[in-house]
Design a protein around this ligand. Structure first.
Ligand code: G1P
Length: 279
């Protein structure tokens, strides 16, 4: 089994970024000169995945345009002797294939993933929530590492990190025990979506990277709405965990929560400093 496809749920409203997200999908907001979603696509590409399956919604057409050819723009760039830019706009389009499906109703992350089933079919796949921007500092790649773990254990793998106790209510949280110290894996016993304060089973928070086995689709079909009345991927994973089929990988990347304004600004500053754009 190899991981051929990466699913990108990208149908949310981006309410926290209004008015910017009134007409622009939040996944298209740029960190420096690249839209958030492109960072996710590049991460998947460098993990060896070239099929990008994107779950969009109404008002998200610019995502499709972004990953398509732009002949008029290319023509203008050639005419104006700005050929160097052509590589910038074509590299990603040429390197990957993109398929799309629309999530018709916003019924939660689990529902968004289920909406992607026609694009994925019956094979294990990666999920990337582009809001969680992972900067891979020393050449490592979080998705690649998760695929390596998947290839060893053949079950769902979710990325986790330790968060402060007062932040656990913002995440899905796992309970489990260390499985293998050398590859930073935990055997997941159970999970809970955004536990109430002081009721978290641990401070190991799920972040937006998953490798899922395809049985998750059948589970999602019968998963009832949970936290916030939404169909949660966390709840579906409980069923797999009960059968010992979910591992958590404590990742080593630098992560920015770009779904929050603070995280978005921090990511921008971090990359601008790193690239020497600001001092
Ligand atoms: C989603 C998941 C949550 C996870 C988080 C990571 O929540 O439901 O379990 O911890 O992504 O970013 P959201 O941030 O979409 O509310």
């Amino acid at each position: 089994m190899i991981i051929n496809k990466c699913l990108f749920p990208a149908a949310g409203y981006g309410t926290r970024f209004l008015p910017a997200t009134k007409a622009v999908p939040k996944e298209m907001l740029p960190i420096l000169t690249k839209p958030l979603l492109q960072y996710g696509v590049e991460e998947a590409l460098s993990a060896g995945i070239s099929n990008m399956a994107i779950v969009t919604g109404r008002g998200k057409r610019s995502i499709e345009d972004h990953f398509d050819k732009a002949f008029e723009l290319e023509y203008q760039l050639i005419e104006n002797s700005k050929k160097d830019y052509i590589k910038k706009i074509n590299d990603i389009t040429d390197a990957a294939t993109f398929t799309y499906v629309r999530q018709k109703e916003m019924l939660g992350l689990g529902h968004a993933i289920l909406s992607g089933q026609p694009l994925i079919g019956n094979e294990p796949f990666a999920v990337n929530l582009a809001d969680d921007l992972c900067i891979n500092e020393n050449g490592e790649n979080i998705l690649f590492e998760m695929i390596t773990i998947f290839n060893k254990y053949h079950c769902s793998v979710i990325a986790i990190e330790e968060v402060p106790d007062d932040q656990t209510h913002k995440y899905g949280i796992i309970s489990g025990k260390l499985l293998n110290n050398s590859d930073n894996t935990f055997q997941v016993d159970s999970l809970i979506e955004k536990p109430a304060k002081n009721q978290s089973p641990s401070n190991l928070a799920i972040i937006g990277r998953y490798i899922l086995t395809p049985d998750i689709f059948e589970i999602l079909k019968t998963t009832k709405p949970g936290k916030s009345g939404e169909i949660q991927i966390t709840d579906a994973l409980i069923k797999q965990a009960k059968n010992g089929k979910v591992l958590a990988y404590k990742h080593q990347s630098k992560r920015f929560d770009c779904g929050s304004i603070e995280g978005f600004v921090n990511a921008t500053n971090y990359l601008a400093l790193k690239k020497g754009i600001i001092k």
